[in-house]
Design a protein around this ligand. Structure first.
Ligand SMILES: NC(=O)c1ccc[n+]([C@@H]2O[C@H](COP(=O)([O-])OP(=O)(O)OC[C@H]3O[C@@H](n4cnc5c(N)ncnc54)[C@H](OP(=O)(O)O)[C@@H]3O)[C@@H](O)[C@H]2O)c1
Length: 327
């Protein structure tokens, strides 16, 4: 038997409970894995309240990230005892996910843990870190090596804070919108140097272009932040977008694109092939490994997760939530 956080659909709404399950309850995957750590991502919080865009059928175990040790393998690519990381594909969406002491998954969803990361560090990164790495890889061709100004939105969240940590480690000057005064000490602690007052973001809605302050931007929220990023990124620059924590809509004109030759680059971390996935994890474990990786990471148990999910849904959390299932 093992424990998992289960979401049930009831006539009163969606419930979250810790339950005992057996290996027979798991899907038939190539690998049976004992999970040591998982992490909380925005999608998990959505899955826990019945968002059908993430999870169609309940009961369900969320958790789009996991790291752990292979207990049984039907794949020639993995052996018992291998340390592994799982992010992306259908993991935790419509397949039993990482908020569980045991998982069973297809071998194609699994990466061997790079030698520069522990199981715990891999989940400090998780999907958020991998998405930050994808975004950084996309803007690097638009930046001078080791210098330049980058805007990161949603910087107090998972993807944003990890993007800030990696970029500052690489020598870039990072600015961020300051939506909540309370998040300023955390943002300073991870290296944010410039703060955009929230009134400036809201006050710029009617402008087609703003002064070009950033060489490139990483957006994680959509909405007004993304519009601000598009209007403030310099000629020939690039903006990546990966999320909709604020809004799925953008109110912009064509001018940033036709007058500044701006590139807008969409990021999807879910369906990345194994080779580029491996390359990015290798970078996260070596040259992009920030000395500030542990800053702002809270370690929680399964029991403490529902409260953290609610805070995340209200846009009130800071940094990353690491979920400890076993040492
Ligand atoms: N495309 C992909 O492959 C991919 C992968 C991972 C995540 N995502 C998406 O990326 C987004 C961020 O994920 P995450 O895990 O970093 O989430 P998160 O930890 O909840 O962070 C989101 C951040 O967005 C900001 N925010 C929240 N509500 C806002 C609002 N109403 N207006 C403006 N800003 C708001 C907050 O930062 P501030 O307080 O600093 O503003 C918050 O910390 C989510 O939409 C997620 O689904 C996509």
């Amino acid at each position: 038997m093992f424990r998992a956080l289960r979401i049930h659909e009831t006539p009163e709404g969606f419930t979250r409970t810790i339950e005992n399950m057996s290996i027979d309850d798991l899907p038939q995957g190539d690998l049976l894995i004992q999970v040591h750590y998982s992490s909380l991502n925005y999608k998990d919080a959505l899955s826990s309240i019945g968002n059908r865009g993430v999870t169609k059928n309940y009961p369900h175990t969320p958790g789009i990230d996991a790291s752990g040790i292979v207990l049984e393998s039907k794949s020639p690519l993995f052996q018992e005892g291998d340390a592994v990381v799982i992010t992306g594909y259908d993991f935790g969406m419509n397949t039993h996910g990482g908020f569980s002491e045991m998982i069973s998954v297809p071998a194609g969803w699994v990466q061997k843990l790079p030698s520069g990361l522990s199981l715990k560090e891999a989940m400090m990164l998780g999907t958020a870190g991998f998405t930050a790495a994808m975004s950084i890889a996309e803007i690097l061709p638009y930046l001078k090596q080791g210098g330049g100004d980058v805007l990161v939105t949603g910087a107090s969240g998972g993807v944003g804070s990890l993007a800030v940590k990696i970029l500052t480690h690489m020598g870039y000057k990072v600015s961020a919108p300051l939506r909540r005064e309370a998040s300023k000490p955390f943002l300073e602690s991870i290296g944010v140097k410039g703060f955009i007052p929230w009134e400036d973001i809201e006050g710029s809605k009617k402008r087609a272009l703003l002064s070009a302050k950033f060489d490139a931007s990483i957006d994680t929220t959509g909405g007004d932040n993304l519009a601000f990023a598009l209007k403030s990124t310099a000629y020939g620059g690039a903006v990546t977008l990966c999320g909709n924590a604020a809004s799925a809509e953008i109110d912009v004109t064509v001018y940033p694109f036709i007058l500044r030759g701006l590139r807008l680059i969409g990021i999807d971390s879910v369906m990345v092939d194994s080779e580029p996935r491996k390359d990015l994890w290798e970078k996260l474990a070596t040259v992009w490994k920030s000395p500030l990786l542990e800053e702002g990471i809270k370690e929680l148990t399964l029991e403490e997760l529902p409260e953290a999910m609610d805070k995340m849904l209200k846009g009130q959390h800071l940094g990353r939530v690491l979920v400890k299932l076993r040492d």
